[in-house]
Design a protein around this ligand. Structure first.
Ligand SMILES: [Zn+2]
Length: 530
């Protein structure tokens, strides 16, 4: 029995603060979700948002492999017929095989929010479903506020479900719309509904009590076969149920298949890709897929994980497409250094005499603000240095940087800037000096350095700067703050990361830049000219 995963980032997820996707972005999200293997993708609410109509026109052309597209909308208004109701007609214009209709399943909400009689609500639910059922393949009924209604007046909430079932709804989805339900109460309600209806049930939870994932899993345990939610738990207020954790939990802990064979390992990729499209920073401590989900800090843990990962890992990270990491930290012992080095492809024996030196240097550098997660090449150079395998390719004497800015003559918002650098260093037994001009001070230094050393080490001509990032580590000192510069470089073999830290951005850049060049020379065992 496969649990049907119903993904609603494009509709309910978009209610979250700061969420925005263009039609093009939505189509990319649709492809990512289809590739993940969810059963349904809810694309939007065509009746309330004209941009969603544009999405459906485009989305119909996508050849989806796994998912069916669903359009979402509300029951018709009391005063209109389905034929004349703009909302219902917009749903039909979306031309999706599936329509999900939301209707109130709570007496209090019907009389207070809708302001109509309880009996009238039953009629519009039944009439809307009956109308749609003859016009689309599948109609899913979202019973809004079901759990609050059931706690307050169970007879009425069940009568709404009965009206939907009789009218032909294919699934009855029980919604915890305000997200405040406690797990045991919710599970009891699902069991009661299951006993009363033969129609398949779904669950739609929100995370206002931080229980959306637990509640979704509890509902499935009680017999629900469809889970609605969003990747990463996007959604209004505290979000929808995070489908990443629901899927991983059901598949790995409850033996319930949610995705097609072989798709579970795409969870991490799907999670990070959606964050990227939405311009959100992935949560490092997110369950299952976060970069820290299987990160081990401290000697004893790292040591145990190396012997057997099951000691401190609740699942094999690879099953969800993640991997473990050993954090080298103030607490780290020898085992961490060995494990860390292995992840960067460097094998160290437990009794390697370089280990205490590496440990000592890591402690000092991490204290200064260095981090090596994105700077594999700087880490390898540090190991090579500790093992006495890092030649001196040149010796720096001094650098002079000159930046001139004068008030813009072309554009009121821009200064005319000129950056010049002069470098003096010792290479090939002589002291050499050169000057260069660049777009900025770092660029000028880079050009001057290359002028001097490229002729001695011609392979460096292939090294390209791919990415340059600056991060402020402590803002207490204002413009005197310590910064960390991360540089990504590459040649025709691979790409690598290097890092430099200093209160002076030029110095931090210089350190990361020199590591970037020396890494290639050390890797290719180029002989030094000094
Ligand atoms: Zn919702």
């Amino acid at each position: 029995m496969t649990i049907l995963v119903y993904e609603t980032t494009l509709r309910d997820g978009m209610q979250g603060e700061g969420m925005f996707l263009s039609v093009q972005d939505k189509l990319v999200v649709t492809r990512v979700l289809d590739d993940l293997g969810v059963a349904y993708i809810e694309g939007g609410w065509p009746g309330s948002n004209p941009r969603d109509e544009g999405y459906f026109t485009e989305a119909r052309r996508l050849k989806l492999q796994n998912a069916r597209l669903a359009a979402f909308g509300a029951t018709r208004r009391l005063s209109s017929t389905c034929d004349s109701d703009p909302n219902i007609q917009a749903l039909l214009r979306a031309e999706t095989p599936v329509v999900t209709l939301v209707g109130k399943a709570c007496r209090f909400q019907v009389t207070q929010a809708l302001g109509i009689e309880p009996q009238e609500n039953l009629e519009i639910v039944a009439d809307s479903i009956r109308y749609l059922k003859t016009r689309v393949d599948e109609v899913i009924f979202d019973a809004e506020h079901f759990f609050d209604g059931y706690a307050d007046n169970p007879e009425y909430s069940l009568s709404v479900l009965a009206a939907a079932a009789e009218a032909g709804a294919d699934y009855l989805v029980l919604c915890d719309t305000k997200g405040g339900a406690m797990t045991d109460d919710l599970q009891r309600a699902v069991l009661a509904v299951r006993a009363a209806f033969d129609r398949p049930l779904g669950i739609h939870t929100h995370n206002d009590a931080d229980l959306a994932v637990a509640n979704s899993i509890a509902a499935v345990t009680a017999g629900a076969v469809m889970v609605q939610g969003t990747v990463n738990g996007y959604g209004e207020r505290c979000g929808n149920a995070n489908l990443i954790s629901v899927i991983a939990g059901l598949e790995l802990k409850k033996g319930q298949r949610c995705l097609p064979e072989g798709k579970l390992s795409k969870l991490t990729h799907a999670s990070r890709t959606l964050d990227e499209i939405l311009n959100l920073t992935p949560k490092h401590n997110q369950a299952y897929v976060g970069s820290s989900a299987f990160a081990h800090k401290g000697g004893i843990h790292a040591n145990a994980v190396m012997k057997d990962p099951r000691t401190y890992e609740h699942i094999e990270p690879e099953t969800v497409g993640n991997h473990n990491r050993i954090l080298v930290s103030d607490l780290s012992g020898k085992a961490s250094v060995v494990m860390k080095a292995r992840q960067f492809g460097v094998e160290l024996a437990q009794d390697d005499p370089a280990i205490p030196v590496i440990l000592e240097q890591l402690k000092r550098l991490e204290n200064q603000g260095y981090q090596f997660e994105a700077a594999d090449a700087s880490f390898k150079l540090l190991v090579d240095g500790a093992k006495g395998r890092r030649p001196s390719y040149f010796v720096l004497h001094d650098i002079d940087v000159h930046v001139e800015m004068s008030d813009g003559t072309l554009d009121v918002h821009a200064f005319d800037c000129v950056s010049r650098a002069r470098i003096k260093l010792e290479i090939g037994g002589v002291v050499a000096e050169t000057k260069a001009e660049g777009d900025g001070p770092v660029h000028a230094i880079d050009k001057a350095l290359r002028n001097l050393i490229d002729k001695f080490y011609p392979s460096l001509k292939k090294v390209e700067l791919l990415d340059y990032r600056v991060r402020v580590l402590s803002s207490a000192e204002g413009t005197g703050s310590v910064v960390r510069v991360l540089i990504r470089s590459g040649d025709d073999v691979e790409s690598w990361g290097t890092v430099g830290v200093s209160p002076n951005i030029i110095e931090a850049s210089w350190r990361a830049m020199v590591d970037a060049l020396e890494y290639q020379l050390v890797r290719d065992q180029v002989e030094a000219y000094v």
